[in-house]
Design a protein around this ligand. Structure first.
Ligand code: NAD
Length: 496
């Protein structure tokens, strides 16, 4: 069986002392294995990155950016292979994988602007013959730890920017679908990146623990579930590292009585069930304001869901694929069962989908639940499956209160024709990324991505301008070249 290894100092390495099965979630079969890095293997990667740092740090930003230009071309040339690897291990349909890859490429394009992004700030004559400037210097060796649900895009939120800022990188991808990530990292070498600047260690907690505690690692970017994000942030910070840890979500869409309901339904179908709901920006709760909106929403959603097809990644006519593991399939079904037990109405039931030819696949069909209430376990938790829950409220304020009371604050959306309501919503909602008639308001690469509340631990959001700040240290230099012959006396006053 093929064993997926690590990329260290430009070489593919496989330590096979500990391995884990990698499944094709459509067939339900373990088709590959991934090596789980030992402490020694991770330390080898850190040493390689540290050795590569002095030269890479001194490489002009425009030359670092040139590597990214070539990398972008290679990503585009090899898109089919990358999407196939994503499909085989994650299960998402090829058109969805292509969308993920495109959003990743946009982060590479942003990183190509490194000379401009790193220009710094300059002030002449802040005092007599004194100039002052701020520059942004790389941190050194930095690490990224990424989740299974975007094996191509989320790593590219991190390493392109970190690398063009002059850092060396260690990536620990998800052990559930590591192949596309490793393949992408290999393209960097082909693009001309010096060995050691980008390293990939596959593995689990054992590898992560080294990255969180080794004093040679200066900063850690994490994306994954909230309990792990909280642990990563606490441990990395306690070990003196800069850390940004993005966690889970429960994204609500408010459907106002004046919304264009047909448009809202079309948007909701894609945003709730696309990628099997395994997106941190998936809309998993629709809050209908007023019973008229609620009834229309449920009726039209039910109709729209009739044509949905769940199946394997390589049939482009499928709308979405399986969930990631058998255990996750059982968990999602468990949430539907518990909601039903607690009084929710299962309007469309996806618990037993019939996917011809894939009897052991980890499939869950699109599910719609009505009359969900905030006390329900399924409402409080992040289900991360193709399940849309409808909560009915009487007023917009009530709808906003629900969202503001929820522990997560990643994304949200309002469907309305009322500009005043939309403006009030975006102003007062306690969520980091807000859509107005836009269901998945994922910021483009030249803005930054991040939630509020327990969806993000740390101060800076991912990629974009915040990414540049995260991967650099500001240094401010104040310089005087006195005119020859001028001698100043001693002064004990604070310089002004
Ligand atoms: P996860 O938290 O299980 O794993 C994420 C990473 O952490 C993986 O690399 C994994 O190997 C590592 N990890 C897992 N357990 C660990 C432990 N005990 N100690 C150290 N490292 C550990 O998340 P997942 O299931 O791969 O991904 C889904 C989650 O990620 C969802 O909660 C989703 O909302 C979230 N997510 C958030 C964003 C965001 O931007 N906020 C984006 C994508 C996914």
């Amino acid at each position: 069986m093929n064993t997926i290894g690590h990329l260290i100092n430009g070489e593919l390495i496989t330590d096979t002392e500990r391995t884990q099965d990698v499944f094709n979630p459509a067939t339900g079969l373990a088709e590959k294995q991934v090596a789980l890095a030992s402490k020694q293997t991770v330390e080898q990667a850190i040493a390689a990155a540290q050795a590569a740092f002095p030269e890479w740090r001194n490489t002009p930003a425009i030359k670092r950016a040139r590597v990214m230009f070539r990398f972008k071309e290679l990503l585009e040339q090899n898109a089919d292979t990358i999407c196939q690897l994503i499909g085989q291990e994650h299960g998402k349909i090829s058109h969805d994988a292509a969308g993920e890859l495109q959003r990743g490429i946009e982060n590479v394009e942003y990183a190509c602007g490194a000379p401009e992004l790193l220009k710094g700030e300059h002030s002449r004559n802040v005092g007599p013959n004194i100039d002052s400037w701020s520059e942004f210097q790389p941190l050194g060796v930095v690490a990224g730890i990424t989740p299974f649900n975007f094996p191509a895009m989320v790593p590219m939120w991190m390493f392109p920017l970190a690398i063009v800022c002059g850092n060396c990188f260690i990536l620990k991808p998800s052990e559930r679908d590591p192949s596309s990530t490793l393949y992408i990292a290999q393209l960097l070498k082909e693009a001309g990146l010096p060995d050691g600047v980008m390293n990939v260690v596959n593995g689990d907690k054992e590898a992560v623990d080294v990255l969180l505690t080794d004093e040679r690692i200066q900063a850690v970017s994490f994306v994954g579930s909230t309990p792990i994000a909280e642990h990563i942030y606490a441990t990395a910070s306690a070990n003196g590292k800069r850390c940004q840890a993005l966690g889970g979500a429960k994204n609500h869409a408010i459907v106002m009585p004046d919304a264009d309901i047909d448009n809202a339904v079309n948007q909701l179908v894609g945003a709730a069930f696309g990628s099997s709901g395994e997106r941190c920006m998936a809309l998993s709760v629709a809050v209908a304001v007023g019973d008229e909106a609620g009834d229309a929403l449920v009726e039209k959603m039910t109709e729209a869901m009739k044509g949905l097809s769940v199946g394997a990644y390589d049939n482009a006519s499928n709308d979405f694929g399986p969930v990631i593991t058998k255990a996750h399939q059982e968990k999602v079904v468990g949430y539907i069962n518990s909601a039903e037990y607690q009084g929710a109405k299962i309007v469309v039931d996806g618990r037993e989908p019939n996917v011809a030819g894939y009897p052991q696949g980890f499939f869950v069909g699109a599910t719609l639940m009505d009359n969900v209430t905030p006390e329900m376990h399924s409402y409080q938790a992040e289900i991360f499956g193709p399940v849309l829950q409808v909560v009915r409220v009487k007023t917009m304020d009530e709808a906003m209160q629900l969202i503001n009371d929820h522990e997560y604050g990643n994304g949200t959306c309002i469907f309305t024709r009322d500009g005043e309501a939309a403006r009030y919503f975006s102003d007062h909602i306690q969520v980091g990324m807000v859509g107005i008639n836009v269901p998945l308001p994922v910021p483009v690469a030249y803005h930054s991505f991040g939630g509020w509340k327990r969806s993000l631990f740390g101060d800076l959001h991912a990629y974009g301008p915040d990414g540049v700040r995260f991967y650099t240290k500001r240094k401010t230099i104040t310089q005087r070249w006195p005119s020859s012959g001028v001698r100043e006396g001693v002064s004990f006053a604070f310089p002004s």
